[in-house]
Design a protein around this ligand. Structure first.
Ligand SMILES: [Zn+2]
Ligand SMILES: [Zn+2]
Length: 109
């Protein structure tokens, strides 16, 4: 077992994921944050800095949620999003890497 393995994972399908790590670190990810950081090839190729043009035909945007979360091997999970996307496999290493807390991602001066 590594210090960067999760000790406990709390999944709330309509709000986000919280992870307590074995080294005592705590991470909280909102749904939108996780969706924006989808590690699949398609999303990785998209230009994250390009502004997403609002779709004028889409008058009603359903609230993002996780339909299903399934374990992939020992060290990853796959998230099925309510928008139909499910290609992203989030490893725990990746979760740790994108931890949005102030300690891991100090606010830019
Ligand atoms: Zn993706
Ligand atoms: Zn952190």
């Amino acid at each position: 077992m590594r210090q960067t393995d999760p000790e406990h994972i709390a999944i709330a399908k309509s709000s986000g994921i919280k992870i307590d790590w074995k080294d005592g670190h705590h991470s909280e990810y909102t749904l939108q944050y996780l969706r924006d950081h989808c590690p699949c090839a398609t999303c990785a190729e998209a230009h994250p800095d390009a502004p997403t043009a609002p779709n004028p035909l889409q008058l009603y945007k359903p609230k993002l949620r996780m339909e299903k979360v399934e374990p992939v091997g020992q060290y990853a999970i796959r998230i099925h999003w309510s928008d139909g996307h499910n290609a992203g496999i989030y490893s725990y290493d990746y979760f740790r890497e994108i931890c949005p807390c102030r300690e891991c991602k100090p606010p830019q001066a």
